[in-house]
Design a protein around this ligand. Structure first.
Ligand SMILES: [Zn+2]
Ligand SMILES: [Zn+2]
Length: 101
């Protein structure tokens, strides 16, 4: 179950981040990087839609998850076991606990 707070956090992050303008001198390089990133993102999306677990430690990781995140709630690969983008980011968690006090 994905919380609304987590969705709102990433929505506001996307709003705050300005899209990067590609320097024409690096356009070919940027296009290659994007192609690699997109293929990995599409593979992850397809696996997710097919109900196959994906690593929640890095958004383009295609390793088979064999571990869980530090809270033990989400699948990660060994390399990304210490970070999880599905667990509430610390700043948001801090803000929420401050509100609850
Ligand atoms: Zn991973
Ligand atoms: Zn997690």
């Amino acid at each position: 179950m994905i919380s609304n707070a987590l969705i709102h956090f990433y929505e506001s992050l996307v709003d705050r981040l300005t899209p990067v303008q590609i320097d024409p001198n690096f356009e070919e390089y940027a296009t290659k990087i994007r192609a690699v990133w997109e293929a990995r993102a599409i593979l992850r999306d397809l696996r997710s839609r097919a109900g196959i677990a994906t690593c929640s430690g890095q958004v383009d990781c295609v390793e088979v998850p064999t571990h869980h995140c530090i809270r033990g709630e989400h699948p990660t690969c060994l390399q990304h076991a210490d970070f999880c983008y599905l667990c509430l980011p610390q700043r948001l968690a801090d803000a929420m606990s401050a509100k609850a006090d």
